[in-house]
Write a new protein. Structure first.
Length: 373
């Protein structure tokens, strides 16, 4: 699997400046950035300093990697412990969460068995999520009682404000229904803040009664709801970026030495990548249309339909998260590699690797490459 790891490290090298994405939690970069920060060190994500300097990613399994698991697994959580946190391209040691015999490998990677159980629980909780979006990751950790410094979740105050305004617009009609008009103005803002908070808030009691949910069902239902709202917000700002990528990928040119057969392959891969992205966008929009349809029923007084949807939605929520995370990763890494206004060109080998990794992430089986580096 040397070739696969090599491609991953080349991609991760680009994250040394951009930190994390929806598919990559770059704890190595955060460890370097927060060196000497007492808040970051007082409540680490992992108890093991080695793991707290690792890179965690949602990885689309290739055929040879799928054999590492019992049963059918498409996407796995991969931990990379880099040899050097400030130079990811040097590589490192890896393990997948849940692969056959992964606990002994993890114990060796993290440097011992001290407080191993907590770190395993954290990894298993991360593995339950469809992506590593910081908002959902933070909520997921708090919901399970793990106290982790917010420095591990790169949510800027500006993004938090934008999301709150977006959610306020999305659920304004529901607030009217549940609170009888008492949720206007500043009150609406406070109610949205309560909804997005990871703590149970008495201000949400009318919503709980409207949804007819109790106990754990209420907590799980609210979490799923926040997830759908989060992805709606993310995708709302992602569409223009994806349109740019769809146009620019067809304009990408090869510089330097080239091979005629591989040039033909690049053209084919561009077309396949564009088709895969369009297919993923269509699937994600389908999930959101289903959510919108059921939410509309809630605002019309049919709380049972929305409640049942939330309680039965984990599979759709996972699929939405994977799809949104993959599209976000493609758009983010593309813009990092090809900044706005810069020439759309790269060496042939780099283009092949980039297109292959994007294809694999979108669910297409990568074409076997053969070229001189």
């Amino acid at each position: 699997m040397a070739g696969s790891n090599e491609r991953i490290y080349r991609s991760l090298r680009g994250l040394e400046k951009t930190a994390s994405t929806s598919r990559v939690l770059n704890l190595a970069a955060l460890a370097v950035r927060h060196t000497g920060n007492p808040e970051h060190m007082a409540a680490p994500l992992f108890k093991s300093p080695v793991l707290n300097g690792s890179v965690v990613l949602k990885h689309r399994l290739r055929m040879d990697e799928a054999e590492l698991f019992d049963g059918l697994t498409r996407t796995a959580t991969k931990i990379i412990v880099p040899f050097d946190k400030s130079e990811l391209a040097l590589g490192g040691r890896t393990v997948f969460v849940g692969e056959k015999g992964w606990l002994p490998i993890l114990t060796e990677l993290r440097g011992g068995a001290d407080e191993l159980i907590r770190d395993v629980e954290i990894l298993e909780a991360i593995d339950q999520l469809p992506s590593l979006d910081p908002f959902l990751l933070r909520e997921h950790m708090k919901r399970r009682g793990f106290e982790v410094s917010p420095t591990h979740f790169d949510i800027s105050p500006g993004d938090a404000d934008k999301m709150q305004r977006f959610v306020g617009g999305e659920i304004a009609r529901l607030i009217e229904l549940a609170y009888g008009g008492a949720g206007s103005g500043g009150a609406t803002s406070r109610l949205v803040e309560a909804l997005l908070s990871s703590k149970t808030d008495e201000r949400l009691e009318p919503l709980r009664l409207t949804l007819q949910l109790e106990g754990e069902s209420y907590k799980e239902g609210i979490f799923s709801w926040k997830g759908f709202l989060y992805y709606k917000w993310v995708l709302n700002s992602l569409w223009p970026k994806l349109k740019e990528v769809l146009i620019e990928v067809m304009k990408l040119r090869v510089i330097g030495p080239r091979d005629r057969d591989l040039m033909v392959l690049i053209d084919e891969m561009k077309l396949r990548l564009r088709a895969a992205m369009e297919g993923q966008v269509k699937a994600v929009m389908g999930y959101l249309k289903t959510y919108d349809s059921v939410f509309a029923q809630l605002t019309e007084g049919n709380a049972v339909a929305f409640r049942d949807f939330l309680l039965a939605s984990p599979e759709m929520f996972m699929a939405l998260g994977e799809g949104a995370g993959t599209l976000s990763h493609v758009a983010t890494f593309w813009r990092y590699r090809f900044p706005q206004g810069k020439p759309l060109m790269a060496p042939m080998g780099e283009i092949l690797e980039l297109l292959q990794d994007f294809e694999a992430g979108l669910g297409a089986e990568p074409h076997p490459l053969s070229y001189a580096a």
